[in-house]
Write a protein of this length. Structure first.
Length: 525
């Protein structure tokens, strides 16, 4: 991994497995201006980091000097040769050096020995589609383990030391962001200590430093662009992070964090949607073939299904349908809604099946896109047949017939006429044989009805107590005479007997009195 002709790997292997004693490693560290504190693994890592640093910057004299100490450890004088290392004096590095002229101090670990804290580990974060890292500002600042007490890490940032910062005020896409990682090996998620806050020039920065609960990787970097002062260029911007409780959640292990500042180029959601629209696609033919394959499967009973055209995230109609190439469902979500949600808290999980759906795996579904083009904006869903054909899910077809009246008023039909006939002790109920409108006096308007009514004695003659007379009455249930009164269901029930209204009789059916076109005999005294 060396730069130019300098190859640090052989020397790194010697340091790692050369059998050096701790005293020898300490002398090498002192000779390079590094801290001699720590266990053997930490001493080895400091020397390896310094070798890699010299290789990256093509610093041949310093590389050869360190190489000679590693090759001939017995030549190192006890206590080291700190004065023989001019390249690591306390003089600040020029702006174009590998440190970019970073002028910073770590609270509690400041430059007490007069040497620049070089040899910091290289940390690589997981990529994000929302920003592109342009330049690292300074080196990672270690946040030592703090299980109980609070601690503050401070970084001094001068715009004059970093030429890229002069472009930030005029380019809205360039942002200065604070990153933090809990490890140095492999690609890291952004993770801040459990209790932490960031201040810039004395003012607290309002930001969510925890992300979503139980969702590692859902923390966003902190944008401090608007809190920095870029003029005058020599202004010392103070970036502080106060933290505590560096234990890993649920593990109880102490964890060391690293604070880093980057200049990034922000990518808006609209640009990501355009990139997605021009990127991967799930062809309509592939979707149809998958549906037909499932329909031919003897173990699967294929039936019609409903495909919603609304996004499950925004509940609005989908504009650009997309889903992960790993998703097995046909339902899609809207690209803009999904990307806006991930920008707030990146989890990159499909909202339908909860499977991973990172940006690189998203694709536009042309089958659903074609349906959206052929339907109106008011259409919310369609019916999908097993063979892939689709039809509108029109609920109006189910309600094409007029509903039956529910207000208790029936139509003028003969079925609503009920004839009650009593002969002796028997009572017979039924519909008239001839249906015709009733007149106000209760007689029929047709000849057959006149014959029927003439064969029945007048209701006034029912005053007699004789039970041998035949009583016939036609009741019009459609009469509106009682519409303004209480509903019929609320009226008291009465029983009709041959001798008037008397005691209950089990042989006589219960019925409600007609609206007024039938007269009754007076009750006996």
């Amino acid at each position: 991994m060396g730069g130019g002709y300098l190859d640090p790997e052989p020397l790194c292997r010697v340091v790692k497995g050369g059998g050096f004693l701790n005293r020898t490693l300490q002398n090498i560290c002192i000779g390079e201006g590094l801290s001699k504190l720590g266990v053997k693994a930490e001493l080895q890592q400091r020397i390896i980091d310094r070798l890699q640093l010299y290789a990256r910057t093509n610093n041949a004299p310093a590389f050869q000097r360190l190489k000679s100490m590693i090759d001939n450890p017995n030549s190192i004088q006890p206590g080291g040769m700190a004065s023989a290392s001019p390249s690591v004096t306390g003089t600040p590095a020029p702006p174009n050096s590998h440190l970019n002229g970073a002028a910073y101090a770590i609270a509690g670990v400041a430059n007490v020995n007069g040497f620049r804290p070089l040899g910091h580990p290289k940390i690589e974060f997981k990529p994000s589609p929302y920003f592109e890292i342009k330049e690292q500002i300074g080196n990672p600042s270690p946040c030592e383990v703090m299980t109980q007490h609070r601690h503050t890490v401070k970084i001094i940032l001068r715009p004059a030391d970093y030429p890229i910062l002069s472009r930030v005020p005029g380019d809205q896409s360039l942002r200065v962001m604070v990153f933090c990682a809990g490890d140095t090996h492999g690609r890291q998620d952004i993770a801040f200590p459990h209790q932490s806050e960031i201040k810039v020039n004395g003012g607290e920065v309002k930001a969510n430093l925890r992300g979503l609960k139980n969702k590692p990787g859902s923390t966003r970097p902190v944008d401090i662009t608007k809190d920095l002062r870029f003029n005058p260029p020599a202004y010392n911007n103070s970036v502080e992070m106060t933290y505590a409780l560096t234990n890993k959640v649920g593990g109880g292990l102490s964890q060391k964090f690293f604070l880093i500042i980057y200049v990034v180029k922000a990518v808006p959601v609209t640009d990501l949607v355009k990139k997605l629209e021009a990127g991967k696609r799930i062809s309509e033919m592939a979707v149809l073939e998958d549906m037909r394959s499932k329909a031919r499967d003897a173990d699967i009973v294929a039936t019609a299904s409903v495909l919603s055209l609304k996004c499950p995230l925004s509940t609005l109609r989908i504009d650009l349908p997309c889903r992960s190439t790993a998703c097995r469902h046909n339902q899609c979500f809207d690209a803009t809604s999904y990307l806006q949600l991930q920008e707030q808290g990146p989890t990159w999980l499909c909202p339908l099946c909860n499977n991973p759906a990172p940006f690189d795996n998203l694709a536009v579904d042309e089958y659903v896109k074609n349906i959206l083009k052929k339907t109106s904006r008011s259409t919310d869903q369609v019916i999908i047949q097993p063979d892939g054909k689709w039809d509108l899910n029109d609920k109006k077809k189910e309600t094409s017939r007029p509903p039956r009246p529910s207000n208790g008023v029936a139509s003028d039909s003969d079925d609503d006429l009920v004839e009650i006939t009593k002969s002796g002790d028997s009572v017979r109920m039924g519909t008239p044989r001839v249906a015709a409108p009733l007149l106000t006096n209760g007689s029929s308007s047709t000849q057959s009805r006149e014959q029927s009514s003439s064969s029945v004695p007048n209701r006034e003659s029912m005053g007699s107590t004789s039970g041998k007379r035949t009583i016939s009455a036609v009741i019009d249930l459609t009469s509106s005479g009682d519409e303004d009164e209480e509903p019929l269901a609320r009226q008291p029930k009465r029983q009709f007997t041959g001798n008037g209204y008397g005691a209950p009789a089990t042989s006589v059916p219960v019925y409600r009195p007609p609206p007024g076109n039938v007269t009754y005999p007076p009750r006996p005294a």
